[in-house]
Structure formats: structure tokens, C-alpha cells
Design a protein. Sequence first.
Length: 452
Amino acid sequence: MFPFTSSDLLKATEYVSQSPKPQDYIDAMEKDDGKSIIWEIVKQLRPGMSLDRVTLPTHILEPRSLLEKLTDYFTHIELVNEAANLPTPEERFVKLVQFFLSGFYVNPKTCKKPYNPLLGEFYRTSWEHSDGSKSFFIAEQTSHHPPISSIYACNRKSGWVGDGNLHFVTTFNGVTASAGIEGTIHAKFTKYNEDYTWNFPSAIVGGLYIPPLVMEIGGELNFECIQSKYKATVLFKTKPFFGDDGFREIDGTVYSPKGDKIMKIVGKYDKELFITDLRTGITKSFFNVDELKKKTEERKVRRYEKLHPFESEKLFKKVSDAIINNDQEKAMKEKFVLEEAQRAEKKLNDDNGTEHVTKLFKKDEFGVYRYKWENWNVYDETTEGEEIEVGGKLVTLKKGESLNEERIIEIVKDVPYVDWEIDQEPPHIMKSFRFLLEDDTNKNKSDGVSIL
């Protein structure tokens, strides 16, 4: 008897409300001014060195992995849905710039650093929108040296798909420490066949010598639409040594396809930004953070008991619990266990002459990691139905189709992670799975699952 039914499959696609929410972590962190950690960091620093060599006290850590942290930039993902359906290239471009700038207020103002993702770690989340569509975000740590986080996000029904390979780097220049994300995001508005690219600014930590520690954003963002030729540059100003001029302010310019300056964007990204059309002289609010917060659509996650041991929340659960409970000794020990396990696995691969095999992404002919089930095609309202995610695999169902046995087998045959719990494992499907869903009590019993 075939053990999977359409009900089982739909259960495997279920997302639920997240608790605690990311903003809960950020609100709690605002209470810490960072004074207690300054000397612990400074005494290890040398100008020009990478902060990867610095041992950070666990109470500087934000209790989330970088893979989850990246979703902060997607806080107002509904703006991408709007952008992908606006009538003119200029409107679409400006709305996409608005979307990305709207995610920076989410960053904590105190000095906190997310966990470095472990090789093979993955994260997935989704949003359900009022128009009935769904947005998805999937990430995997695809490389350890250099550390590369590969991401894929989409809402095909709303007309957009995006991806990127991001390299997290940290440096110290003698006065400030900075954490940057190298790499670009690529997004496509499928209805208009438009490709957009943009980069990330850096997170800068000031106050290393004169407390309190302060976290801010600095550097330049560059946006471009390949087809329409619209461009934008946004400079994130940083706090001067004395005074607060420019603190958390931006200065942005939008350029026409001919290279003319047509718009200016200024203001504080954690309060309100304003946009001026230089052709008409009209200035209006680009966005107000307080108003944005009222419109935030809920980001949902998988049930904790359904998470694979390599999913970010479960992988770092013991570290996060210890940090939240202010048990720094336990947090340090749990973090050490994970780091040592990763080193041991790397040594094992080196000794055996083997390499880590990614599960959700694969290298293309140019050495770029791409999502295995990427779909950049225009959504067809007449033939396509709901998009679902099963074990890291995104699938667009056919309009009105019933999930019979044959279709279920087709969907799950190459799923790398099992999402549902069953008493019987059908060998014709499960033999090809390296990872099985497991809880903490049987973690060491499953073939092919690292102890990480």
C-alpha cells in the first residue's frame, strides 16, 4: 500500500507563525550597550586583520544564523510583488529600490553578530499574501572556504524570481570593525523580462575605544536594470568621530537610461526617507518606518518538530537557548561542539579525498551555485496553480490537478530532505534519500547524517 496521500503531501508543505519573532530578538538586544565586550574584542585586534580570527564572546552573538538574518532584507517583500506589476520601467525600478532600502531599519542598533552558517546548513521561510500568492526564500551554506551563502527567492504568481551567492567578510581598520556581504542579488521581473542587480553595504561597528558600541550601515549600494538601463546609487553615511551629523542617513540618486539625474532619495533609513523628482521639483515620503511596520506581512516557518537537524533554527537551538537565558558558559560550550564537529567533518573529507555535496544548490559551468529547481518562466494563469515547497524543493502544481499517487512520486523522488513522519519507509523512494527527518533522540542512528 502506498503510504503517502495528498493529505500527507499538503501537510509536508505547511508553514506556521514564528515564535519568537525576529523583532523580539532585536528589541531584547537594544538593552545591551556593548560596554562589557569592548576590551575582549580590542585586545585581539590588529589593523587590516580579518575578524574571522577574533574569538567573539557569546553575548555579542545575535541568536540567529546569518541564513535567517538575510531574510530581514525581505521584511517588506510585498513591495517586490507591487514592483513586478507596475506599468512602466521607471516605476518598477524605483519601487524595487524602495523595497531593498526598507529592510535596513530591522538591524539592531547595538553590536550583535549572527552565527556564521555551518557547511550544509539550510533555511527556508515563506510569506502568504492577501492576493492569495506565496513568496518563498530558501538558503543553503554551499561553501566553507570561502564561506558562501546561496539564496533563491520567488513569487512566480506575482511575477518575480531572484537569487544570489553571498560571501560574508569582516575586517578591522584600526578604528572601526566592519562586516560586509560581497556578491550581488539578481532579480527578474518575468512578465517584462527585466533583470535587476544590486549589492550590499557594510555593517560598521564604532565605539571600540570610546563606548558604547554602535552598529550602523555604511558604504554604497548600486542598483541597475540591465534592459531598461535605469541605475541608482545610494550612499549610507556613517557617524563622524564627533557629533551625530549623517548618522543613519542616506544620500541616493536615480539615473535615467541616458545617465541624467532624475531623482534624489534622502533621509534616515531607520525613521523616514524622502524622494524628490528633479524634473518636477516635487518631494514626497519614500517610506515612513512607523507606517511600514503596520503593513508588514507575517513571515512563516516550518514547525520545529518538522525541521531537519541541519536547518538553522534546529542546528543552533542549544546555543540560542543558552544565549537567550543568559547562560554564556553553556552557549560557549554548545557553539564549540558545533565548530569542532565541522572541523572534524572537513578533516574526514580531506583524508578520504571527498568533497561536501550540496543538497539544494549545484554549481553551474561557471562555478556559480544555482538552485536545483529554479524556475524563471512566466507564470501561466491558465495552466499553473499553487506553488508549494517540499523538503527544500519548490514545485508549481498544475491548475486544478489532483495529487494522485503517480504525481506524489514524481514530486518527492528527488527531494533531499524528508518532511513528514511515517511508520513505514517506501524503499522505492527512500533509498535515494541521504537525509531522513529525525529528532534529537535518534540523531546518531540515521545513515549519512553528520553529528553537526
